[in-house]
Design a protein around this ligand. Structure first.
Ligand code: UT7
Length: 331
């Protein structure tokens, strides 16, 4: 038994913010941002929320999978920027799309969130508890960004992506002889390095404390440490997943990586000795949308017909936690 992605969808806010717009806010330049990150513009919410973006992405994924909302068994939303602590975003999405039968909950593994949600759905579907799941990465990071900090505000964007996954009971053999579905996964965490990328929410405060602590509610990042972690850990975990599946780098058609920085992706390609043309990218248009980057890119590549049946994909995420992982699947 395995699982297959049978529909993808995405949703981005209307408003485009260019590097030139950011030049008006902080001391930076389009040239610096493009050279150091590969980003030219990003989408920023003017009212779209994590749940409304997620719901739109889910509706598109369901439409592609030719399923109705009342057929959905499970909704998993990966987010680190929900509007509300309660109820969780997945329950809001359930209500917005009318998936009354579904169980729904959120999961937070920052930029690895979509990947970890996919792996969680894999476990549920493999054990037969559910037959299908809507998995979503959705973020409105613009409210967590300190717009006076040029070290972080140039990186992030808002958006959502979703995938509909179904249990695949019989073998689905593709034209190239590969069996469609998830082949292997690897995921890891390093909580000891949590401080290099963090965002406080509510420090301890209650009626029995005389002085409440005040926290910094904005994203704080040691960019170079995150960079070092990503360029070392991502190729290592991709290699680990491929080894588990007894596959080589050359057996992979597409490496769909978390879009954090073009230089990180280029470095991963180099370390794996893989052609950079096999690493889809959209970071120049959308920036780093944390958990939403992988599903948005997957949807764009899928809808444009660049991913074909039988293609083997490696999805790999990394981010705050620190968290990292890779999943191998045949489309
Ligand atoms: O999902 C995971 C999220 N995070 C990441 O993936 C972050 C990974 N890290 C990175 O992408 C890079 O470290 C950054 C893009 C954040 C920074 O690039 P860098 O090449 O590591 O630059 P740096 O921090 O070493 O800074 C180089 C210089 C510094 O000036 P001095 O000290 O050399 O005079 C910075 O103050 O660039 C300066 N700088 C800027 N200049 C113009 C930092 N930010 C900016 C800016 N515009 N926005």
């Amino acid at each position: 038994m395995t699982i297959r992605i049978t529909g993808t969808g995405s949703a981005l806010p209307e408003k485009i913010v260019t590097n030139f717009d950011l030049q008006e806010l902080v001391e930076t330049s389009d040239e610096w941002i493009q050279k150091r990150t590969g980003i030219a513009e990003r989408r920023i919410s003017t009212g779209e929320t994590v749940s409304t973006l997620a719901a739109r992405a889910c509706e598109r994924a369901l439409e592609m999978a030719k399923k109705t909302a009342d057929e959905v068994d499970l909704i998993l939303v990966a987010t680190c920027s929900p509007e509300q602590l309660l109820p969780c975003c997945a329950c809001q999405v359930q209500d917005l799309i009318g998936a009354a039968r579904a169980a729904a909950f959120d999961l937070n593994a920052a930029c690895s969130g979509f990947l970890f949600a996919l792996n969680t759905a894999y476990a549920y579907l493999q054990t037969g508890i559910y037959r299908n799941a809507l998995i979503v990465g959705s973020e409105v990071l613009s409210k967590l960004v300190d717009w006076s900090d040029r070290g972080t505000c140039i990186l992030f964007g808002d958006g959502a992506g979703a995938a509909f996954v179904e249990a695949s009971v019989g073998e689905v053999l593709r034209g190239n002889g590969r069996k469609a579905g998830m082949e292997c996964l690897f995921q890891g965490s390093d909580g000891a390095k949590g401080a290099v990328l963090s965002c406080e929410e509510r420090p301890v405060a209650n009626a029995f404390l005389s002085t409440a602590k005040t926290g910094n509610p904005y994203i704080q990042m040691d960019g170079q440490e995150v960079y070092k972690f990503a360029t070392k850990q991502v190729p290592a975990c991709i290699q680990e997943a491929l080894d588990k599946a007894k596959l080589a780098v050359d057996d992979v058609d597409w490496f769909v990586l978390h879009q954090a920085n073009v230089r990180i992706i280029e470095s991963v390609a180099k370390r794996l000795r893989a052609d950079i043309a096999r690493f889809p990218m959209n970071i120049n248009r959308v920036g780093n949308m944390s958990s939403a980057t992988i599903p948005v890119l997957l949807d764009e590549w899928n809808r444009s017909g660049r991913i074909k049946e039988g293609d083997r994909l490696v999805l790999s995420g990394f981010g705050a936690g620190l968290t990292y992982g890779a999943s191998v699947l045949v489309w």
